[in-house]
Design a protein around this ligand. Structure first.
Ligand SMILES: [Zn+2]
Length: 300
């Protein structure tokens, strides 16, 4: 029964196996902007995965067994097209695929900033902003060819009061000199200062710092271009280079940096894009990383 239900969410690009042509399954069938699409790929020889829609960006697949890999294509919430095309290059052969993507449900929020704390024209502020951008980009561009993920991701906060968790709000910030619109690429957990924050999954702490906009920040590298980020903390309890287990206490909620009250900003980065972490809390993630989609029984 479970298998039949799962099948509903899969789209099969090729229906005969084994053969030379890659066998590709996708999940979800119609991903939304702001999510990732997982590819389950079975191919007899080594291959390269090129995302044509992203200026031929290469995405490194995660090997599950000899001929079986998983690859993850993130889709930005502001992605302008309605399709994503990718190519599998195997030896002399190229196989092209096209995936439809759906518009996300976007909620608009207005935030009124009465006093702007940051004055970018100030030299020391400018220096701090540059330092923050430099260090964050540096770790986000790391690629560790090792997977530290152990099953599905968990919420970084145990007692979630705000059940209305939402990714990708279109936020309108009213400054003195006008309105700025941006998409909030993370999840906010409102909770009292000092509330425990846990690692969403296993990984290596690659950043632990205090920044002018993100405040006290931790970034965990889960391997293969997957990172989680924890912002505005009042306390950081881990050090850079430290290995953390899923569920390990890493910090305390605060309101440091550019924040209007105690909350945790939690974000997930996959192959360079901030995507919806809520998609990664579902049990299906656990299966995908351990055995692939494995629905037809021959994947291994
Ligand atoms: Zn936030």
């Amino acid at each position: 029964m479970k298998k039949i239900l799962f099948l509903k969410f899969l789209f099969i690009f090729s229906n005969i196996y084994p053969q030379d042509k890659p066998f590709v399954l996708i999940y979800p069938v119609v991903p939304k902007k702001g999510e990732v699409v997982f590819l389950d790929i079975i191919v007899n020889s080594s291959f390269k995965l090129i995302v044509d829609s992203y200026n031929s960006k290469e995405i490194k697949p995660i090997k599950i067994s000899d001929k079986h890999s998983i690859a993850i294509i993130p889709i930005d919430i502001e992605y302008s097209d309605n399709n994503i095309s990718f190519t599998i290059e195997s030896g002399e052969n190229r196989y092209s695929y096209n995936i439809k993507v759906e518009e996300p449900v976007v909620r608009e929020r207005e935030i009124v900033v009465k006093r702007v704390k940051l004055k970018p024209e100030n030299e020391s502020v400018k220096k701090e902003l540059l330092r923050e951008a430099f260090l964050v980009n540096k770790v986000r561009n790391k690629f560790t060819e090792k997977l530290y993920i152990n099953g599905s991701f968990i919420y970084p906060v145990k007692e979630i009061k705000n059940k209305d968790l939402y990714f990708g709000d279109a936020r309108l910030i009213r400054f003195k000199d006008g309105i700025k619109k941006y998409y909030h690429r993370g999840i906010d957990f409102g909770a009292p200062r000092g509330t425990a924050v846990y690692a969403s999954n296993g990984g290596i702490v690659v950043l632990s710092d205090n920044f002018i906009t993100r405040g006290k920040t931790i970034i965990i590298d889960h391997g293969y271009g997957i990172f989680t980020e924890y912002l505005h903390l009042s306390k950081i309890l881990v050090k850079k280079g430290q290995f953390v287990k899923k569920g390990e206490l890493i910090g305390k909620i605060g309101s440091t940096g550019f924040s209007t009250g105690p909350h945790l900003h939690w974000s997930l980065l996959v192959n360079g894009y901030l995507v919806n972490p809520l998609q990664w809390v579902t049990p299906v993630i656990s299966d995908i990383f351990s055995k692939g989609f494995n629905i037809l029984g021959f994947n291994n």
